[in-house]
Design a protein around this ligand. Sequence first.
Ligand code: CP
Length: 326
Amino acid sequence: MQTDLRGRDLITEQEWTREEIDTLLDVAWDLKRKRALGESHAYLRDKVMAMLFFFTSTRTRASFEAGMAQLGGHAQFIDSETTQISHGDTAKEIGEILGRYCDGIAIRQCDWNFGNQYIREVAQASRVPVLNMQCDVYHPFQILADMMTIQEKLGRDLRGRTINVSYAYASSYQKPLSVPQSLILLMTRYGMNVRLAHPPEFALMPDIVQQAKDNTKASGGSFEMMDEFDAGFKDADVIYAKSWGCWMATEDKAESAVIGKKYTNWITDERRMALAKESAIYMHCLPADRNIEVTDGVIDGPQSVVYDEAENRLHVQKAAMALTMR
Ligand code: CP
């Protein structure tokens, strides 16, 4: 267990050691248990965390806000559009100023080729920990909640288990690469056999893919890429098929919509779930485009763990806040 995490930023889980991540998960289970028993766990009494959003959210905002209250502190919602950020407050100014008012700063900034850089600039200027609530490259708290959920369902030792991280079609908007990228980075560190399936235009960032490959060398897992949707499901233990944008091919919304239309058959349905192990679980970070990305039958079916997955956002985030903001 690594107990010295006070003051640490969490911008990508890749920058935390395996021991540090295991500590965070261990604390998350303890906090989940305490909440179930109604035990007080006000580790952050009188502390304030700024939550700065440049992009919409349901789960992330609600879970960070609830979590901070349960820890005895307060989470302050700051919307980029309705503050002077929209008139030019810089990342450095935000880091300096919010760092003086608050005990932690959490940020969601998903703009392509900008979000991660912005969060790092704030962190550079801030005297308090900075937590990444999702950027263009990473979504660390989603993936920590995913890891907690997988370990609850399949057991703590995930070596030899197969996860299918797959593209699925959606019509709503060009979603960031952050979920599949953080998934392949973390799951390869736990000895899993990671499959990444997507059409050619929906590639992830090459350096992230290389890091995922490198992770398998230390963990003993494997990493395989495929461009056929059905193949990813075969005998898998975990199905995680979700939409993302073809950012590496184009940033143009109209062009990406045209490309996406070629893959409307990339929908997780009952036939495809039957290709996976009978015990396989279905995961999705949500929101999902129902009956476009996944059928109601699958997402509401017996293999779906999406609500446990959403709940675990609360517990991992509370663990991270309690460990870094004490
Ligand atoms: N999964 C997730 O991050 O959900 P929100 O976009 O609603 O926060």
